[in-house]
Design a protein around this ligand. Structure first.
Ligand SMILES: Nc1nc2c(ncn2[C@@H]2O[C@H](COP(=O)(O)OP(=O)(O)OP(=O)(O)O)[C@@H](O)[C@H]2O)c(=O)[nH]1
Length: 383
């Protein structure tokens, strides 16, 4: 697991957070953005490099609103934090935060130019990000209201009812191009949104990847023993057989079935039966090589795939499996001890043969049946 995966697992899944907690996150991110705007205003008022770019009178006039919005954000952060600790689950906080985010952004945008890069970035990015994390109706409402305001204010500027970008002076150069100072300013205003959208896209894809891995793991694993399940061991058998055919190598398959398992369940109960299955699964795993595969084929039946082993080598390994299981002892709480045995059937594929995976499984099954019929606790190799 890499560092990113660890961080993501630590954060948990924000999609499952309460409404207040989600709103709180949005407000914190927004507060950071507002702080960047605030720093810009303070710099614009003081630094000579900004001379001629902004209307100082308008800035002084609007400053009170900027400060108020900053304080309002801090207040809303506090409110949503308190709502979290009270564990209130209503979507109200998502409506509140998304609407506040949208409408106050329109005000900031109006001050510096509604037809600008940051406005485009927010209009395109906010609903996409919002729909992933927040209540869809809340995001849609905030988006529609903000868009109506943007259109309304733009029309008002077009009809000279309101000034366009009241804070800005010399927005355009003599040749009609956006001035360099304002180009840079728009970049500064757009960059927190771009960073946020980038981080979020990364986060969503990462979560999706983790979920894919978890879902795949669950679909392939037997929950009791932790071995691969029947479907996956058969799929591994297909893959290994194809690989062995290609490399002209033999492959052996061993079917292992615990003896008289029903009587273990009947005598000591299902829980002890489960413990026996776990113990046998671990023993199988520990006995075979790393490149072999062990899967749970059925109730008390396991499949072991031994790629690349000649029949005689595989027979020795299968014998070792049998003796390992026969040596297992489960100490029970009442002082009794339970010993086990298993019957094994083995089939092998060699390069000259034409057999299917189904044939191999059937042959191993028939050999296992013979092992059961001739006294159990033995290995029978298919002819
Ligand atoms: N505890 C437990 N028992 C299971 C599980 N899956 C299957 N079983 C039991 O395994 C037993 C298998 O019984 P049988 O097929 O008669 O096999 P057996 O008693 O081992 O007899 P032989 O194979 O002929 O030696 C059944 O009683 C099932 O209920 C499981 O996940 N946990």
């Amino acid at each position: 697991m890499n560092l990113c995966d660890k961080v993501f697992r630590q954060i948990g899944n924000p999609l499952e957070w309460s409404s207040a907690k989600k709103a709180n996150l949005l407000l914190w991110i927004y507060l950071v953005q507002q702080s960047i705007y605030q720093v810009w205003i303070e710099m614009a008022m003081r630094l000579p490099e900004f001379a001629g770019m902004i209307d100082l009178q308008q800035v002084a006039h609007h400053r009170v609103y900027f400060n108020s919005l900053l304080m309002l954000s801090a207040g809303l952060i506090l409110l949503t934090r308190l709502a979290q600790t009270r564990n209130r689950q209503s979507v109200f906080y998502e409506y509140l935060a998304t609407l506040y985010f949208g409408v106050s952004h329109v005000y900031y945008a109006y001050c510096v130019g509604l037809m600008s890069l940051p406005v485009g970035v927010v209009l395109a990015g906010a609903p996409v990000v919002g729909f992933i994390f927040f209540d869809r109706l809340a995001v849609a409402s905030a988006f529609v209201i903000s868009l109506v305001l943007v259109i309304g204010l733009s029309l008002a500027s077009f009809m000279d009812v309101l000034p366009y970008a009241p804070l800005a002076q010399n927005l355009y150069q003599g040749d009609g191009r956006l001035s360099m100072g304002w180009q840079l300013t728009y970049m500064v205003f757009a960059s927190p949104h771009l960073v946020f959208i980038f981080a979020l896209a990364y986060y969503v894809l990462q979560r999706w990847r983790i979920r894919e891995q978890e879902a795949m793991h669950l679909s392939r694993t037997d929950s009791l023993t932790g071995l691969v399940n029947r479907r996956h061991i058969l799929s591994l058998l297909e893959q290994e057989k194809a690989a062995c055919e290609k490399r002209e190598m033999p492959l052996c398959l061993v079917m292992v079935d615990l003896d008289h398992f029903k009587s273990i369940n009947d005598r000591w109960g299902h829980d002890v039966g489960d413990q026996v299955l776990i113990m046998a699964a671990m023993a199988l795993k520990n006995t075979v090589r790393q490149l072999d595969h062990v899967g749970r084929y059925g109730g008390e039946e396991f499949l072991v795939i031994l790629p690349g082993l000649e029949a005689e080598q595989a027979r020795c390994l299968a014998e070792r499996i049998r003796t390992t299981i026969a040596a297992l002892v489960l100490e029970l709480p009442d002082g009794e001890s339970l010993s086990l045995s298993a019957s094994l059937g083995m089939s092998c594929y060699t390069v000259s043969q034409i057999v299917t995976v189904d044939d191999l499984v059937k042959q191993a099954d028939v050999a296992l049946y013979k092992a059961k019929g001739t006294g159990r606790d033995r290995l029978v190799v298919a002819p």
